[in-house]
Write a protein that binds this ligand. Structure first.
Ligand SMILES: Cc1ncc(COP(=O)(O)O)c(C=O)c1O
Length: 407
């Protein structure tokens, strides 16, 4: 690990205090033009005694705005202290979790996985337009039927088509024959450039796509492509549990990655993370953003710097070994429930390095699934699958209570 280190609470406090001291202090230095201030002291009482031991809450009170992207070009000088911690988060995740070369990635803390996925699609749509003179009707998104619906949102917003590729019902693996057919159909419909969303942990199954299945198919069809990894759910588990470099920046076919700290990392909401290889973000530069210092190249404008600090604090509280242990604890619990299901001949899908177990709905009483809060694949009609996500609060006792209700 080059950057990921465990820090004590006192060390974290010192780093956050130093970062805040480098940001604008609205009390000491009145800035007449900034449309921002610290949190309203009449509501969020600044003298509360617990704040002195709570660097994250102090950051919320200071209310830094991390507008823009801080891994390239210039940024707003008012918040340079906390922006530095965001930069550290981006570099740590790119290099130590996702096997990128040092200083080879840009990134920022987005509102969530949806924004990070849309940011990727936006960058590539503009890239194909700029580099190849492509029209929007010649660019398409493509992903498996297990891909998160944010991709459909992206296609709708960006005015490009979206194609879905079938997966095997039992193994959730991309059907290569159908992928080939889909590319052929898309080409017949005028598509020349492809943006693939390859999953690092699908929402319903936790299944992992092989990005090279897409890369090989596009190469065979001789069409330019870009591949984005959606690790919104799996990005904080799979690289750690599997050390699979193939599904990471180590794979030259992968250009960008979504991670969500507000899922597995249990960070506050608003902590999606977008990472991409250097040289790509510039495709979404908004020249009209004249009043912002630095380049506006992110989908969201103003965003809370406290969210970056929250991610940084979680990462350095655990350190790489502590995080590995936590993931292993969850995987052990997942192994436990799988053994119980095996003993009862109940069918399910589970990727061995993931903490999601998705059970065939026909194999279990639906009352038990509802009673224990399993999530169905569809809320409207007949469920085909129910999933268990072994999060931190899901203990073996809870899983056992569910198993006992299976009859
Ligand atoms: C794989 C995947 N991608 C994207 C998202 C969207 O994330 P968010 O709700 O943070 O926008 C989710 C959410 O469940 C997801 O599981």
């Amino acid at each position: 690990m080059k950057f990921w280190k465990k820090l004590s609470h006192a060390e974290q406090d010192a780093r956050v205090s130093e970062a805040l001291s480098l940001n604008i202090d609205y009390k000491q230095k009145v800035s007449l033009g900034v449309p921002a201030s610290r949190l309203d002291g009449n509501v969020f009482y600044e003298q509360a005694p617990f704040l002195k031991d709570a660097p994250l809450l102090r950051t919320y009170v200071a209310n830094p705005n991390h507008i823009g992207c801080h891994t390239l070009g210039e940024s707003e000088l008012f918040f340079e202290g906390t922006q530095q911690l965001e930069r550290e988060v981006i570099e740590l995740l790119s290099v130590d979790v996702l096997f990128a070369e040092e200083d080879s990635c840009d990134g920022y803390v987005a509102a969530g996985g949806t924004e990070a996925n849309i940011q990727a699609a936006w960058i590539y749509r503009n890239y194909f337009k700029k580099e190849y003179g492509a029209s929007y009707s010649e660019i398409a998104l493509i992903g498996s039927t297990d891909t998160h619906y944010s991709i459909t949102k992206a296609a709708n917003l960006l005015n490009i088509a979206c194609y879905q590729v079938k997966v095997g019902n039992d193994d959730r693996v991309i059907n290569e024959e159908h992928l080939n057919e889909t590319i052929t159909t898309a080409k017949e419909q005028g598509v020349k450039y492809f943006i693939a969303i390859s999953n690092m942990g699908t929402t319903m199954f936790g299944s992992i796509d092989d990005p090279d299945v897409y890369a090989n198919a596009f190469t065979k069809h001789e069409v330019p492509f870009k591949i984005h990894l959606d690790g919104a759910f799996g990005g904080f588990i799979y690289p750690v549990s599997s050390q699979d470099k193939h599904v990471s920046f180590y794979n030259k076919n992968v250009s960008s990655v979504t991670l969500d700290a507000h899922k597995m990392l249990q960070a506050p909401y608003g902590t999606g993370i977008f990472l991409c290889r250097k040289g790509l973000m510039q495709n979404v530069f908004t020249e009209e953003a004249q009043y912002v210092h630095g380049m506006d190249i992110t989908l969201s404008g103003s965003r809370s710097g406290a969210n970056a600090i929250a991610i940084w604090m979680i990462l350095v509280t655990y350190g790489p070994h502590g995080w590995f242990e936590k993931i292993n604890k969850l995987l052990n619990r997942t192994d436990w429930i799988c053994k119980q299901l095996d003993a009862r001949n109940i069918s399910y899908f589970r990727h061995p390095k993931m903490n999601i177990v998705t059970i065939k709905a026909d194999d279990i009483p639906h009352e038990a699934a509802h009673k224990h809060g399993l999530v169905p694949d569809t809320h409207g009609g007949d469920a085909h699958w129910f999933k268990i996500v072994v999060m931190d609060h899901v203990e073996v006792e809870h899983l056992e209570a569910f198993v006992n209700d299976l009859g």
